[in-house]
Design a protein around this ligand. Structure first.
Ligand code: ADP
Ligand code: MG
Length: 598
């Protein structure tokens, strides 16, 4: 037998169309391999974060191919591998129990009766209890297929009485018709292998698993050929087990290559996936460095960012980051995320003069002109005048004050008066703050929204250019409460520009806001949405459901899930993977990072 490792799919949250295509792939795998075994195995491990041990399990998937002529298997990213290492059989510990070389006990259940309808993915629900699930299959040559079905019907017909048998005969007849119409006939065996350190536990697991399977209408048996079953040596011994036939299409409900894992090598622990494995996220391993977090107020967005930053710093102390924090909730916990908090007040001089930012090359002429136009409500017809003035004087005046006082158009000058009076003038005057390697700007003391927007934009530009692009290696720039900017497209454009430049400088851009539609409204926002390789979708408002569904091509079920998602949970999409996630703080982290407790 040749062995291949298969890659699982995060099936549970796929759209119906995507599910169909995965099931077609599964069908194609079985038809093309013809004879072999698909094996899923759970690996239990401990995951330690902080002082906490979490019990977790991982799934590995294998394909064993008998008489492999084909050199490649173009399904589920199959890659040839060594035979999966399993403990050998040391002996029998009873008629239906194996004693394995690692000191544990094992038992193989084989399914012998199936209902006419099985729910998709039912095997996945066993994963918590079973050690391995194996589907052993053999495609029957066309020439023999029909006579096999016929003799199976004959065999069944000798049993008189039970209604189920009559049903089974009916099902076999239908199968015969499908084979006549061209379906492949498959002889298959579903094995469920249980393993435990003690016999008592093994018996308990068996009880549970059999009950679960019975609930789906599947009857199982533990025939006294345990060793052969364990080693998948089914040829020749099949007299002991009843033969089961179906066609490849009907094997769809047996699909079990489900993997909700996101386990990046250099990842930061964020929480657990729907299948219970730790989610380790490395934003730098994705196709681009942009990360958008969307969810209603209280859904757990800021908690996720704080956990990410704290844990990132624990992993990689050298990482630099800059944050814009309109509600000053990060500055309050700055010491836990190893940041220098800079709390900005209305009368503080910040030295963020757009003319000087222009002269240092941090902003270009059209950015300055767009920002001034937006913040001071310069009408369309005067924007050209403003641009011209900037072009003429941009490199000769020394400050925005000088620029405004030398404007020739009286209307434009009147509009920009606000820029040379308090509180705005404080933003522009003075010298910019000294920036250390990790800094978060708290803006909650700025009362007006306009001032918050202006300050956020300029300080971001400044910090990005003086700190992040100057530090070699990885860094992070984050903006929380970013809905603030939804009505100022030029400032969104500024962020979009920083996001675009991020890759070159290794700067991860994290953008935290409430609704996808807010961003989707302007081209700049749409670019941020579409250009984010990583997205964390948390609880959505019922009204935002459809927009979100459309933007992220979610299935009905996913969209419904998002409108009801509990705090801290959601869908994490990264690269081509999508998983459900529960973001998990330790009790200590929850305590320090909670805003509601305050
Ligand atoms: N992953 C989580 N697990 C448990 N509780 C959480 C989690 N995330 C958030 N919370 C709780 O919910 C509150 C609001 O979360 P927060 O992250 O501030 O929401 P948002 O930023 O989306 O408005 C937090 O103060 C905390 O008490
Ligand atoms: Mg928040």
């Amino acid at each position: 037998m040749r062995w291949f490792k298969l890659e699982g799919v995060s099936f549970t949250i796929l759209s119906d169309v995507e599910r169909d295509s995965v099931l077609k792939e599964w069908e194609a795998l079985i038809s093309s391999v013809r004879s072999g075994v698909v094996l899923a195995r759970r690996r239990i491990g401990k995951f330690r974060y902080g002082n906490h041990d979490f019990l977790v399990s991982f799934a590995d998937f294998y394909l064993g191919v008998i008489n492999a002529l084909k050199t490649t298997i173009p399904y589920f990213r199959a890659a040839e591998t060594k035979p999966p290492s399993r403990p050998g059989v040391r002996g029998l510990a009873g008629i239906k129990t194996l004693y394995l070389s690692d000191g544990s006990y094992a038992r193989v259940l084989i399914a012998y009766r199936y209902p006419s309808i099985l729910p998709e993915l039912f095997l996945y629900t066993l994963f918590g209890d079973v050690w391995e699930v194996a589907l052993v299959f053999k495609t029957v040559p066309r020439s023999r297929a029909l006579s096999l079905v016929e003799s199976a019907i004959k065999r069944k017909s000798t049993i008189v009485g039970p209604v189920e048998v009559a049903h089974e005969i009916g099902a076999l007849r239908e199968l015969g018709e499908r084979v006549l119409r061209g379906s492949d006939l498959v002889e298959f065996y579903l094995l469920v292998i249980l393993k435990a350190p003690e016999l008592r536990i093994l018996n308990e697991i068996e009880e549970r698993v059999r009950t679960l399977l019975k609930g789906f209408g599947i009857e199982t048996d533990t025939p006294p050929i345990q060793r052969e079953l364990y080693e998948f040596r089914l040829c020749g011994i099949l007299a002991c087990v009843e033969k089961t036939y179906t066609d490849t299409a009907s094997l769809k409900p047996l699909f079990f290559l489900v993997d909700e894992e996101m386990h990046d090598d250099e990842g930061v622990f964020l929480g657990f996936s729907g299948s219970g494995t730790p989610v380790m996220l490395d934003l730098w391993s994705k196709p681009n460095l942009n990360f958008v977090i969307l969810g209603v107020t209280g859904s757990g967005k800021s908690m996720s960012v704080k956990l990410y930053l704290k844990r990132l710093k624990e992993r990689a102390e050298k990482i630099t980051y800059v944050g814009v924090d309109p509600e000053s909730e990060y500055t309050r916990v700055a010491k836990h995320i190893k940041a220098t908090p800079i709390e900005i007040s209305e009368n503080q001089e910040l030295g963020l003069d757009p003319i000087r930012l222009l002269q240092s090359g941090y902003l270009d002429m059209s950015q300055v002109s767009d920002i001034l136009s937006e913040i001071y409500a310069v009408p369309k017809k005067l924007q050209g005048v403003l641009r011209k003035e900037l072009f003429v004087k941009g490199d000769v005046v020394s400050s925005i004050e000088e620029f405004v006082t030398t404007l020739r158009d009286p209307v434009l000058m009147k509009l920009l008066e606000g820029a040379v009076a308090p509180p705005d003038i404080h933003v522009f005057r003075g010298t910019p703050p000294k920036l250390s390697s990790n800094v978060v700007f708290g803006l909650s003391n700025l009362k007006s929204k306009r001032l918050k927007i202006l300050t956020s934009a300029l300080i971001s530009t400044y910090a990005y250019n003086t700190l992040l692009t100057k530090t070699p290696g990885k860094s992070v720039f984050f903006v929380d409460e970013a809905w603030l900017f939804m009505e100022t497209p030029s400032i969104l454009g500024l962020f979009e520009n920083l996001a675009r430049r991020g890759r070159k400088h290794g700067v991860v851009f994290m953008y935290v806001t409430q609704r996808a539609e807010d961003l989707a409204r302007s081209p700049q926002g749409r670019t941020i949405l579409e250009q984010s390789a990583t997205v964390l979708l948390m609880r959505q408002e019922p009204e935002g459901r459809d927009a979100c569904k459309k933007i992220y091509k979610l299935s009905e079920a996913e969209a419904d899930y998002l409108t009801q998602a509990p705090v801290g949970s959601g869908i994490l999409k990264a690269g081509r993977k999508r998983i459900t996630i529960q973001v998990v703080p330790t009790p200590e982290e929850l305590e320090v990072f909670s805003t509601s407790a305050r």
